[in-house]
Design a protein around this ligand. Structure first.
Ligand SMILES: [Zn+2]
Length: 387
């Protein structure tokens, strides 16, 4: 189904997507959804469509090509990007989508309008070829992946994907096959102790010391009972925010601490949460006058797929045949997949073009060669799966 014309359209789509500003926190994904709908408008009669409007100019979109039967393959891509930060730090306008020396510059070019452009281009090519598909192909475009996961939550609720057989999360991996991703568990503790003179610590309840103690306990719980994962490495817990105290000679009455835990597929976030809550309860019971507020900022499970699954083996074959390493890897960032996969329990890969180390950075840029190689790999996988 490929010809040089198709290739240039894929690149054009990437540029067009980069030119639509979908930065968080506003997102405005509805503008991209309108654009995508217009691309598929000529095939209205044969494409099943579900648009989900979340309000505030935010939308997600689900398309199905091929028969309305159980099974099939879904490709998921988010439409939002992180913010550009200080625009003056960018070498090129983050919304120009210009190609300079074989590279498309712009916010989202890697994370993940590259993947979104590829899935769109290939679906259009399939429709143009009027091929009869044996199995359905779903395109899943989500809003708000970088923050609240609004899109994927609504899609899970709609249950449209409950019968699919396999999933590609088209996030940037440099065209490597990732079959695991870390989970995230973020805590905030607000510790209310008791003020006292610095010379009489016994009379106070030192909120800063207790905040540190709780944070260190979280680190201990996350690291214990789990061996490093072959593809993801160890579970981690970083104490990334800490504030409290007023003067050197005053026992502080108030402190706040935030811990960012990244968990492994063999870990249960709920179990960690319960252990931490029990520890905090015990501290309060042991320390009359102490009050700790525990807030869960983020709770996203880790996921891992079976490396021997036939779908994953077929993706590896496509990657290999296109000259890339087929060694499976893991991703430390989390995706919509962490929310979706546990609900539908299917084999998945995280795979897409672009250098993942450039995501969320200034001067984010997609190498066109890597992008076109990614397109070819996706084409091979899709052809193998649904034709
Ligand atoms: Zn992403």
């Amino acid at each position: 189904m490929s010809n040089p014309h198709d290739m240039s359209r894929a690149v054009n789509l990437l540029q067009a997507l980069v030119r639509i500003n979908t930065c968080q926190p506003a997102g405005n994904e509805s503008v991209v959804v309108d654009f995508l709908e217009s691309q598929f408008a000529p095939f209205e009669d044969v494409v099943w469509k579900q648009r989900i409007d979340h309000g505030a100019n935010r939308s997600s979109l689900l398309l199905r090509i091929g028969p309305d039967v159980p099974g099939g393959l879904a490709i998921i891509g988010h439409l939002d990007t992180v913010t550009v930060g200080n625009i003056d730090d960018w070498k090129h306008d983050p919304f120009s989508g210009d190609i300079i020396d074989g590279t498309v510059y712009g916010r989202g070019s890697v994370d993940m309008k590259g993947g979104v452009a590829i899935m769109t281009d290939l679906a259009l090519a399939l429709l143009e070829s009027r091929s009869e598909l044996k199995k359905p192909l779903y395109l899943v475009y989500t809003a708000d992946e970088e923050k609240g996961l609004t899109g994927v939550r609504a899609i899970v609720e709609a249950q449209t994907l409950s019968e699919i057989d396999a999933l590609i999360i088209a996030e940037p991996t440099n065209n490597k096959v990732a079959i695991a991703e870390k989970g995230a568990l973020w805590f905030r503790f607000v510790v209310h102790g008791r003020l006292a003179h610095g010379s009489k610590p016994d009379e106070g309840i030192n909120a800063v010391e207790i905040a540190i103690k709780i944070a260190q306990y979280v680190q201990e719980v996350v690291a214990s009972d789990v061996e490093p994962h072959a593809l993801l490495g160890p579970a981690t817990a970083s104490i990334n925010r800490l504030s409290g105290g007023i003067m050197t000679n005053v026992i502080p009455a108030l402190a706040e601490v935030e811990v960012d835990c990244r968990t492994l597929p063999s870990q249960d976030n709920a179990k960690i949460r319960k252990a931490v809550e029990a520890f905090v309860e015990q501290l309060m019971a042991d320390t009359p006058g102490l009050r700790v507020e525990t807030e869960l900022i983020n709770d996203h499970p880790a996921i891992g797929a079976d490396a021997e699954d036939p779908f994953i083996l077929s993706v590896q074959e496509a990657v290999r045949e296109n000259g890339y390493s087929d060694a499976p890897c893991g991703m430390t960032y989390y995706t919509d997949g962490g929310f979706l996969v546990p609900k539908i329990n299917v084999p998945f890969v995280i795979m897409g073009p672009g250098d993942e180390s450039l995501t969320h950075q200034v001067n984010e840029a997609m190498d066109v060669d890597s992008f076109l190689a990614g397109r070819q790999i996706f084409e091979d996988v899709i052809t193998d799966y649904v034709m």
